[in-house]
Design a protein around this ligand. Structure first.
Ligand SMILES: *[C@@H]1O[C@H](CO)[C@@H](O)[C@H](O)[C@H]1NC(C)=O
Ligand SMILES: *[C@@H]1O[C@H](CO)[C@@H](O)[C@H](O)[C@H]1NC(C)=O
Ligand SMILES: *[C@@H]1O[C@H](CO)[C@@H](O)[C@H](O)[C@H]1NC(C)=O
Length: 233
């Protein structure tokens, strides 16, 4: 291989990974999502810019605690493109997380975003695990004002580590980070994943797998104000 060719390949590898790792850059000032369009593009079609108003960029209510009376004891109040159409093509999502004492945000990954968490109230245990074969746990107990990073695509989790209500704000570098909640994905799949395969994979008995598959796996991200019925966190 010539030197020029290897430099080109190295450059291509770097630029293409940069392009694929984050939401694409905007090509205009704004592109407020038009959820009524029947056209499918990467993101959403832009609303006619002459009809765009300040309301398209406003969402209120992140000061209000979410109701944490649910099986996991957590509640997400989300500002992604689905609630805030002005975010379309801008590569950001913001979420308020409320935790009851003992509340758990279970292990999950975001296929399309890196996440940062800042604790506003209480104490939160947060961690992620690097990819295999290392599988190294990086975790911290966070207090108000502490910021922690969950790198893109890695399994991570957080929970209330104190005895009172806790609040955190998280930010993603995607308008639609997506979520794969490990337990729901593996044990709550429809139709169910082959139980022999899961038993062997997790070194469990088939009976234990069947028991897990018979459970209801709550999705803490299901929300009423999600216009497309797509779960995004
Ligand atoms: C989160 O809180 C909101 C506001 O109180 C509530 O409407 C919603 O049902 C809660 N979600 C869950 C999963 O408990
Ligand atoms: C919180 O949700 C629970 C369970 O759905 C409900 O019984 C309770 O009334 C709600 N609390 C508030 C303050 O809305
Ligand atoms: C991952 O594990 C390998 C093999 O044990 C080790 O050589 C390497 O330093 C580890 N990498 C990190 C980032 O810890």
């Amino acid at each position: 291989m010539t030197a020029a060719k290897s430099i080109f390949l190295a450059f291509f590898a770097i630029t293409s990974s940069l392009c694929l790792a984050f939401d694409p850059s905007p090509l205009q000032d704004f592109c407020v999502a038009d959820f009524t369009s029947q056209v499918f593009v990467n993101g959403f079609v832009c609303k006619n810019p002459t009809t765009v108003t300040a309301e398209d960029f406003l969402l209120s209510g992140l000061n209000k605690p979410g109701n944490t009376t649910n099986p996991l004891g957590v509640n997400f109040t989300t500002a992604s493109v689905f609630q805030l159409p002005g975010l379309n093509t801008l590569g950001l999502t913001l979420v308020r997380i409320d935790y009851a004492p003992g509340g758990v945000n279970p292990p999950h990954t975001h296929p399309r975003a890196t996440e940062v968490i800042v604790v506003l109230e209480g104490t939160v245990y947060a961690g992620f695990v690097s990819s295999s074969p290392n599988d190294t746990l990086y975790s911290k107990v966070l207090s108000a004002g502490d910021v922690f990073v969950f790198p893109q695509g890695l399994t991570h989790f957080n929970m209330n580590y104190g005895h009172s209500h806790a609040v955190a704000l998280v930010v993603f570098n995607s308008q639609n980070p997506g979520a794969i909640i490990d337990a729901n994905n593996l044990f709550g799949a429809t139709p169910p994943i082959n139980d022999y395969l899961l038993a062997k994979s997790f070194q469990l008995s088939k009976e234990t797998v069947d028991e897990l598959q018979a459970k209801t796996w709550p999705n803490p991200a299901v929300r009423a104000n999600n216009v497309l019925g797509v779960d995004i966190l």
